[in-house]
Design a protein around this ligand. Sequence first.
Ligand SMILES: Cc1cc2nc3c(=O)[nH]c(=O)nc-3n(C[C@H](O)[C@H](O)[C@H](O)COP(=O)(O)O)c2cc1C
Length: 249
Amino acid sequence: MKSISFNRSFMKADYESWKGPANSDQMNGIPAPPLQKAPKTDAEIIPLKDVPLPDTSEMNLFEILHHRRSVRQYALESLTLSELSFLLESTSRVQKILGDHVATFRPAPSGGARHPFETYLAIIDVDGITPGLYHYLPLSHELELLKEGVDLDEVVISVNGQKFAGTANVVFYYSAIPYRAEWRYGLKSHKVMLLDAGHLGQNLYLAAVAISAGACAIASYDQEKADALFDLDGEDEFIIYIIPVGKKA
Ligand SMILES: Cc1cc2nc3c(=O)[nH]c(=O)nc-3n(C[C@H](O)[C@H](O)[C@H](O)COP(=O)(O)O)c2cc1C
């Protein structure tokens, strides 16, 4: 049932489930789901952990916050692998594994440290890496090559024709694997996951400013086309947020 009041109630904390402990799989003793989606066994893996980080000393945090804008026009300049590594490191890289592989700490906050997201990339123009579709492995800071080459039309179609996405250096596609959060919070988890996604987006915006690039959040996208780009089933995993990043014009 889709209605304004149904959607509004989803935004509130007035579900019965918020009034007591979550009835969740965790409470019922079911083991935690994996912290990251495993790469395919025969996938080509690109390690990033030895790539040096870029110099980001030019601006302090206040200046970065002050300069943050949604950027839709990009320079004809490549992003470096070091800059891409920095963007991933600033958003999703695992900093610490908690408990018996139950949760992780990462640069963005996430309710219950669930981090129910996967990062997919359409790499269009990054020096030192073949253009293509990639999946980020946040535990090992590596990229899994999914497909060589990017069809820019497919990228633009996936964001309902917003052409600027096809002119970015790299387009971040964030998926949700809801069970990672449902396992702990049941019905409480869905609102929290959307709040979490916002934090991830803000981290990416700010990290982009620090390397003289710009980002633009996208909520207007085609669910089926975006899911199909990365072969996601649309039920247990689906795209929820798309953010092109490009060098500032
Ligand atoms: C969740 C979210 C979704 C957005 N979706 C789009 C979008 O689909 N297309 C677009 O051009 N801008 C989109 N934006 C960018 C907003 O239009 C932008 O943040 C707003 O105009 C304020 O500008 P500023 O970010 O430069 O401060 C989105 C921003 C957010 C936070």
